[in-house]
Write a protein that binds this ligand. Structure first.
Ligand SMILES: Cc1cc2nc3c(=O)[nH]c(=O)nc-3n(C[C@H](O)[C@H](O)[C@H](O)COP(=O)(O)OP(=O)(O)OC[C@H]3O[C@@H](n4cnc5c(N)ncnc54)[C@H](O)[C@@H]3O)c2cc1C
Length: 378
């Protein structure tokens, strides 16, 4: 049912729609409202809070169907920002009050953003400098965040801070604390970052000056935020892998349609091995990555460790998805470079997956250290 519903939505919001939204830098309001109406943001929200009570596996089905059937990365993107970044953080670590406050609203389309990355910390989250200082029965927060997607529209933000500066913690992984922050707030200023792709969704620098929050806004225990962050990293990876798979499949399908028709010598270009084999290879590899991603989701939904599978799926999906879009672009020849044929947009989109939410190198470092047992590489 999820696949059918996603497929119907994708039919109404095909590549032409996204071409315009990307060019105009315009939020796809009608697409988002359609997802909300179909209940997609609530897939992971338990039934008692008004959601579908389903798991990450079902979320991946929705994401990859929307993506592969015409929405491109947008098919994954809007379901990761609010339902995974916001929804899962609160579902997994929120208090009963926080769950009652936010989960029904997330199921009804409340938008969230995740403020984790900082300019000076980058991949090294433990170097987070945004500081939350206890004052009375609340906290005052100051700091700066980088690359925060959807901060212009979000009415909630999962904010990663330090309640103990790195220099003062007994262990580097201690002292991080997460807050659920209501937006807008005049203590939070946003500055847009012009970027390469997914221009229908904006990304920002975020400046936080004397933001006052109640201690009740904290997610989980004080100083234990690192372990909460780790917990949401795996579903984020799975979501982006579904995006890579979907983009790969979409690009291959379009390239195959084109390569069957296009003739410049006697036979269609798809009969040439140089065009056909890379597409065949990419297809085999994206399907393998998809199964590994399903395995990661299955483990996650069973409450089992899934770090190895989630990271391996991400590495495999990024490589396969990038190859797929690249070779699709080549199959289109010069037209692949033309906006009208959409592949150039999917190329810009798929390149993000190598960088976020975890960089390719850090996913490899995880596999090297935790799966293969090699010495830490950094
Ligand atoms: C469009 C977009 C949207 C984003 N949205 C969000 C968001 O909503 N919320 C959020 O919090 N963040 C978001 N991000 C941030 C994203 O997660 C980070 O850009 C990413 O984690 C990398 O951080 P960095 O850019 O500082 O790279 P750096 O940490 O500076 O890394 C630069 C390069 O060096 C490599 N590198 C660094 N250390 C090592 C090492 N030890 N071993 C090997 N290689 C290494 C990295 O892999 C990378 O290739 C977004 C980014 C983009 C581009």
């Amino acid at each position: 049912m999820i696949v059918e519903a996603a497929s119907d939505i994708a039919e109404d919001f095909g590549p032409e729609y996204w071409r315009t939204k990307d060019r105009e830098h315009e939020f796809p309001e009608d697409f988002w409202l359609t997802l909300v109406k179909a209940g997609f943001p609530g897939i992971l929200v338990p039934e008692e809070y008004g959601g579908g009570g389903l798991g990450m596996f079902e979320m991946l089905l929705a994401m990859e169907t929307l993506t592969s059937e015409g929405c491109g990365l947008a098919g994954m993107w809007f379901l990761v920002l609010s339902p995974v970044f916001g929804g899962l953080s609160i579902l997994k670590h929120g208090s009963k009050t926080q769950k009652e406050k936010y989960l029904p609203r997330i199921a009804e389309g409340m938008e969230f953003c995740l403020a984790l990355t900082e300019a000076d910390a980058g991949t090294n989250t433990l170097n987070t400098r945004t500081l939350a200082v206890k004052e009375g029965d609340g906290y005052v927060i100051n700091g700066q965040k980088m690359f925060i997607s959807g901060a212009d529209r979000a009415s909630g933000m999962v904010l990663v801070t330090r309640t103990t500066p790195l220099e003062e913690t007994e262990k580097r992984t201690f002292g991080l604390s997460l807050f659920a922050v209501d937006l807008p707030d005049q203590a939070v200023e946003i500055v847009p970052i012009e970027k390469h792709g997914i221009n229908y969704s904006k990304t920002f620098e975020v400046y936080i000056s004397d933001l006052k929050v109640s201690a009740d806004n904290m997610l989980g225990d004080v100083g234990k935020g690192w372990y909460l962050v780790l917990d949401t990293l795996n579903p984020e990876r799975m979501a982006f892998s579904a995006g890579a798979y979907g983009l790969g499949l979409l690009a291959i399908r379009k390239a195959v349609e084109y390569a069957k028709e296009r003739k410049v010598f006697q036979n269609p270009i798809g009969s040439h091995q140089a065009i056909q084999f890379p597409l065949a290879e990419a297809k085999a590899k994206i399907e393998a990555a998809r199964l590994l991603n399903y395995q990661a989701a299955w483990l996650y939904d069973q409450g089992k460790h899934c770090g190895a599978e989630a990271n391996m799926a991400k590495v495999a999906a990024v490589e396969a998805g990038t190859d797929a879009v690249y070779h699709a672009l080549q199959a289109f020849g010069g037209y692949g470079y033309a906006v009208e044929y959409d592949v150039e947009r999917w190329w810009r989109e798929v390149n993000l997956i190598r960088l976020a939410p975890v960089t390719h190198q850090m996913a490899l470092a995880f596999i090297g250290e935790h799966v293969l047992g090699l010495p830490k590489s950094y």
